[in-house]
Design a protein around this ligand. Structure first.
Ligand SMILES: [Zn+2]
Length: 366
């Protein structure tokens, strides 16, 4: 007699049909073997895709977590930041293998659901398989590594260097960085799309599922994630309701810090809308129309740097807000969380059965 976990695989196609029915434009895909055994599935909620495309920073963190249990080995995920710098889970994959081919499949499905022409950048921990997946699906995109993970790797190498016999075999950690393209590990060389993001937190729900000693049926995992995203939308709708300024609270506080810091910086108009700003240490050149500063902070973060703020003669909040990337405005945040809803998946007894029957068997045990 099959267990509930095994039966959940055969129920998955009907379950996903009902998830799509209650959450329009939800993107799902299942990959199976020639013998109809489950291999992989991909899920991205319709409202999350809409929120990302219209309102979120176009930089995606790619990661994975191992799963306990007899069938599924890995949960793949992609996370992005909203205008208030809070992470939102964009999509997940659940699979029986963690290999280059599964990464390629996962990233191809992500591209399919976001649209061929969507320009995005990626960050991840150091992982060749993720590199392969990103490169396969997005050959022209930018893919950098999390500074935290680079620092972790350097600490590991440093501690290995101190232990014989490795102390004579290993090169200095600094030389190890020579093998990685500079644009992959420094924010200064990463293009604008990076938005100065150092790292993105993994949603708590994913970690709970990953570290739970229980083996969850696949449909339960997706249901838990759906509930978790639903609560994020409810929480952020409350933040949206309390917004009073023109920017999100995170960006408002960033701007205020830069206003305070640049209070006595001297700006001199060179010509037109181009200024030279002395910040008491160095001078930077600001071009307001082109939205660039030679310090690089404005174009990298989407938030005007102190030089830009010093160049704005009136320094009114309206003038400063106009210089902030539109994705950080209260208007866009309202658009993201003021009208979108994640609907619950109906209980088993209320499932609609699709016309087309898909045969799906549980995968072989690990
Ligand atoms: Zn600047």
């Amino acid at each position: 007699m099959s267990t509930y976990t095994e039966r959940s695989f055969s129920q998955l196609p009907i379950f996903l049909h009902n998830l799509q029915r209650t959450n329009p434009n939800t993107f799902t895909a299942i990959k199976k073997t020639d013998t109809n055994r489950f291999q992989f599935c991909f899920v991205a909620l319709g409202c999350v895709i809409r929120t990302f495309l219209r309102c979120m920073i176009s930089l995606i963190y790619v990661g994975y977590l191992p799963l306990l249990g007899s069938y599924l080995t890995t949960m793949y995920f992609v996370v992005a930041l909203d205008g208030n710098h809070e992470p939102l889970l964009l999509a997940i994959g659940l699979g029986t293998l963690e290999c280059e081919e599964s990464w390629r499949w996962f990233m191809m499905k992500l591209k399919e659901c976001l649209g061929e022409d969507t320009e995005v950048g990626f960050i991840s921990n150091l992982c060749d398989k993720i590199d392969f997946g990103v490169q396969s699906a997005y050959p022209d995109s930018y893919h950098g590594y999390c500074p935290k993970d680079i620092a972790r790797k350097i600490r590991e190498l440093q501690s290995a260097c101190r232990k014989p016999p490795f102390c004579t075999l290993l090169r200095s950690p600094i030389f190890w960085l020579d093998d990685i393209a500079i644009s992959k590990w420094t924010r200064a060389f990463f293009p604008k799309v990076r938005y100065n993001v150092k790292s993105i937190d993994v949603p708590e729900m994913l970690q709970i599922i990953s570290t739970s000693i229980r083996e969850f049926p696949i449909t339960t995992i997706i249901e838990l994630i759906n509930t978790s995203i639903q609560s994020k939308y409810v929480e952020r709708a409350e933040v949206e309701g309390s917004l009073s300024g023109g920017l999100t609270p995170y960006v408002e506080s960033k701007v205020q810090k830069r206003v305070n810091k640049s209070y006595n910086w001297m700006a001199r108009r060179l010509y037109g809308d181009t200024f030279e700003v002395d910040d008491n240490f160095a001078t930077s050149k600001v071009q307001l129309e082109r939205r660039v500063c030679s310090c690089g902070k404005w174009q990298k973060s989407g938030i005007p740097c102190g030089h830009t703020i010093a160049s704005l003669r009136t320094r009114t909040s309206e003038a400063i807000h106009e210089m902030v990337d539109y994705k950080f405005t209260a208007f866009v945040y309202r658009l993201a969380f003021g009208s979108e809803l994640v609907n619950s998946i109906p209980s088993h007894v209320h499932w609609e059965i699709p016309n087309e029957t898909v045969v799906l068997l549980p995968p072989s045990k690990k």
